[in-house]
Design a protein around this ligand. Structure first.
Ligand SMILES: Nc1ncnc2c1ncn2[C@@H]1O[C@H](COP(=O)(O)OP(=O)(O)OP(=O)(O)O)[C@@H](O)[C@H]1O
Length: 249
């Protein structure tokens, strides 16, 4: 059983008569319960991959499956199985208090009132949302907003969580809190997590497996230990990743 499956997936964009290959021949699988780091330099194709996983973008070639579904054709059904957080953007309603955004999500996903209340209570406690539950989203700090977005992505209890830079711009304490929360969700609920980040501390703390994409192609797929062993003589993850990003340029 696989939770995420890409088979020679590719995506091109036409820019001024030129074809940009954002993602090429991408083949990998992610099993249920895995916590995978998805790394790559700017412009490597990470966001394009994530958009194909959510069904926002249709692959130009190959196939993509998430929870057994073709995301671009079954986007509504897939929404029940997947949670997505884009660190740079919020999915919450800007002018509404956080709790009203959550209630709208309950209605959208048709979650039973009692089940929802239990989940929300648990997420409120683990993410410490209580102090700003009645605050409009636009007035939240970045760290508070991110915690709100994570709760919003998990209220319908998806099996797979896709995170695009969830710790961007956060201070060390907020980052540690988010990392602890994600580790817990993965361990306790068995949620499959695909994490894109430029913060290698996120990767070190959370991911056993790392995939690295460069120029739209998979350049590395292995454990964090394999990654460290791939560049003998280099001792920090920063050095190893810099080496991989600059190799072949
Ligand atoms: N809508 C689009 N139209 C044209 N080109 C695009 C589009 N979206 C992405 N690209 C191009 O595809 C390539 C991959 O972009 P993508 O956003 O997937 O990279 P990324 O790995 O997420 O980068 P970053 O770390 O900077 O967010 C880049 O060359 C980018 O310019």
């Amino acid at each position: 059983m696989t939770m995420i499956e890409l088979n020679q997936a590719g995506r091109t964009f036409k820019v001024k008569r030129r074809t940009v290959h954002a993602v090429r021949d991408l083949t990998f699988t992610v099993a249920p319960g895995e916590f995978v780091g998805y790394l790559g330099p700017n412009g490597a194709g990470k966001s394009t991959t994530i958009k194909m996983l959510c069904g926002i973008l249709t692959p130009s070639s190959g196939t993509v499956r998430v929870a057994g579904l073709d995301p671009s054709r079954r986007r509504t059904t897939l929404a029940r199985h997947i949670g997505v957080v884009f660190g740079q953007r919020t999915t919450l309603w800007w002018d509404l208090p956080l709790k009203d955004s959550f209630e709208l999500i309950r209605l959208l996903y048709k979650v039973d009132r009692k089940v929802f209340a239990e989940r929300l209570a648990e997420l409120t406690a683990t993410l410490d949302l209580g102090p700003f539950m009645s605050t409009p989203v636009r007035q939240l700090s970045l760290g508070q907003r991110m915690r709100g977005d994570l709760a919003a992505a998990l209220l319908h209890a998806p099996e797979v969580l896709v995170l695009d830079e969830p710790t961007i711009g956060l201070d060390v304490v907020s980052k540690a809190g988010i990392r602890e929360f994600l580790a817990r969700i993965n361990a306790e609920r068995g949620t499959t997590v695909l994490l894109t980040t430029h913060d290698l501390g996120d990767i070190e703390r959370l991911c056993r497996r790392v995939m690295l994409i460069d120029h739209g192609r998979l350049a590395f797929d292995g454990t964090l230990d394999d990654l460290m062993a791939s560049a003998p003589g280099l001792s920090s993850i920063e050095e190893v990743v810099t080496h991989l990003y600059t190799a072949g340029r």
